[in-house]
Write a protein that binds this ligand. Structure first.
Ligand code: HEM
Length: 501
């Protein structure tokens, strides 16, 4: 008897799973949306841990050449947007108010993943974003100028030190030392010494944040594609020891500044801004507990060190393989040096250097850190006359696909900064270039990231000729990280630095 009951239950479960799977499988076909046939378990996510997601996005774009493509995150339908017009509607203010949230999130058991500005949902996001925006205003960046300039000079010294030890300088490591020092000042107002020494308290944390473990990979993939798993498996996007070390740093600095009650008169760094945000929250009865504050530290550290270090890495690597472009850049920098002397690394001066800016812009076209821009609508949303998506459907604007579309960027695999010179930039179609995203949820650190990239590349090229090392891959053959979600190198990149005088 009991055997019969078990068999009946199993049959019912199988029938339910089968019926559900049929519904899932036909979801996009029923709506006449071109789609990638889903895997019964993973949906369209069969590429995870096998291929860099940006490469996958690019392949989808090139394969379908359709305004949108239906995919599945496991069994959850989602939509990739390849059309610039639809991207504009979703990302820019007219409809962006309906798309204020990303799909990425975390669970209640992971406050660092759930409350950080990248993942947090409206209305808390609006409040946090409004407070944090002031960190990178023009005047704040000018205040950071001295430290960024000093660190760029230290970077030049560090290269000399490493160069004397070995011809093979791992460029991503030294650029990460550099960006970690700078984000340390921007967040905590504390100077670190990793650029010169390769180590510091904060650098130990960023080293851990960069290291791979299957638990971390599962945590990140869940946060991006299957957030329900976070609480079930008690996953954490930031390792607990990193969170606790950052908590200690944050508590110490707040105590040094007189505690949460001390009125903040001037916002020098992220901690000051967080204190202000907490005080405003208390006044208006909005909970801004320590975890919410710490989650912003985590977000700024994570977003601030790796994105920029990777951008500088790819820029220097491309320059090593493109000597003509490097020469052109050097000439521009030398001319600026004659004119401005030691002030050449100042924000105002660098922002005028058209070729330098074009080199960084082209680097970000070829290597956008995030291949896609993720959003969800708060209401059912009409994509076009044929398709309305239900509220909550994840939508991915295929930024990397557009960056490599030969109609927008002829010979897309060629590193060609001329595309971004002022005389050509008018040819770039809106919403085909989105390395920092677009609209209200675009990158808050754009100007900061650009400035750090420009300063370091300028300082390096003024002081060193960079050359490729024999038997290293050409830029377009560099293996990309398979285990991560961002577009970063999956192998160590070396160049040779030859002093200019
Ligand atoms: C070259 C360097 C960088 C690149 C390529 C980059 C790229 C991006 C992209 C593509 C997004 C998503 C935008 C969207 O969905 O529309 C983003 C968001 C963000 N970035 Fe950056 N980023 C860089 C540097 C930085 C830096 C230095 C910081 C801070 C220190 C930062 C902080 C953030 C934050 C907080 C968000 C989330 C904004 C929000 O949701 O309100 N980024 N970034």
């Amino acid at each position: 008897m009991s055997m019969m009951i078990v068999s009946a239950v199993v049959l019912v479960i199988i029938a339910w799973v089968y019926t559900r799977w049929k519904q899932v499988r036909h979801y996009w076909a029923k709506r006449r949306v071109p789609y990638l046939p889903p895997h019964p378990l993973l949906g369209s996510l069969t590429f995870l841990q096998k291929e860099n997601p940006a490469l996958w996005m690019r392949r989808v774009y090139e394969h379908f050449k359709e305004p949108y493509v239906g995919i599945w995150l496991f069994w959850r339908p989602a939509l990739i947007i390849n059309s610039t017009e639809i991207a504009r509607n979703i990302l820019t203010p007219s409809d962006a108010n309906l798309f204020r949230n990303r799909f990425v999130t975390s669970g209640n058991t992971d406050p660092m993943g759930k409350y950080n500005i990248f993942a947090v949902k409206d209305p808390l996001w609006s409040r946090i974003r409004r407070c944090l925006t002031v960190l990178f205003t023009g005047s704040r960046l000018r205040a950071l100028q001295n430290i960024i300039t000093a660190k760029s000079k230290e970077l030049v010294q560090r290269i000399e030190k490493d160069r004397q030890k070995t011809k093979f300088v791992d460029i991503r490591v030294i650029f990460t030392d550099f960006t970690t020092d700078i984000i340390g000042v921007a967040c905590f107002g504390v100077a670190n010494d990793a650029t010169l020494t390769g180590d510091s308290a904060l650098r130990s944390i960023t080293k851990k944040l960069m290291s791979y473990s299957p638990f971390r990979a599962l945590s990140w993939c869940s946060a991006f594609f299957f957030p329900e798993l976070i609480d079930i498996l008690r996953l954490k996007v930031i390792p607990t020891d990193c969170t606790e070390s950052l908590r200690k740093i944050l508590r110490n600095i707040i105590a040094q500044r007189g505690g949460y009650e001390t009125k903040v008169t001037e916002s020098k760094d992220l901690v000051d801004i967080l204190l202000k945000m907490k005080q405003e929250g208390d006044d208006e009865d909005v909970d801004m507990n320590e975890d919410i504050l710490l989650a912003q530290v985590v977000a700024f550290l994570q977003a601030g060190f790796d994105t920029t270090a990777t951008t500088i890495t790819f820029a220097i690597y491309e320059l090593a393989y493109n000597p003509d472009i490097q020469d052109k850049l050097l000439k521009e920098l030398q001319k600026a040096k004659e004119e401005h002397g030691d002030n050449i690394l100042e924000i105002q001066v660098l922002s005028q250097l058209k070729y330098l800016n074009a080199v960084i812009d082209e680097t970000l076209r070829k290597y956008p850190q995030l291949g896609w821009l993720d959003r969800t609508a708060t209401v059912d949303y009409k994509i076009d006359d044929h398709l309305t998506i239900t509220a909550g459907t994840p939508v991915y604007v295929n930024a990397v696909g557009m960056h490599y579309n030969p109609d927008y960027y002829p010979e897309p695999d060629r590193f060609n900064p001329d595309r971004f010179l002022p005389e050509n930039v008018g040819n770039i179609k809106p919403f085909t270039y989105m390395p920092f995203g677009e609209g209200p949820r675009s990158c808050i650190g754009k100007r900061f990231g650009l400035y750090k990239s420009r300063t370091s590349v300028a300082a390096i090229i003024l002081n060193y000729e960079v050359r490729p090392i024999a038997n290293t891959p050409r830029p377009s053959e560099v293996e990309l990280e398979k285990n991560g979600l961002f577009l970063s190198p999956g192998e160590v990149l070396y160049v040779e630095f030859i002093p200019r005088n």
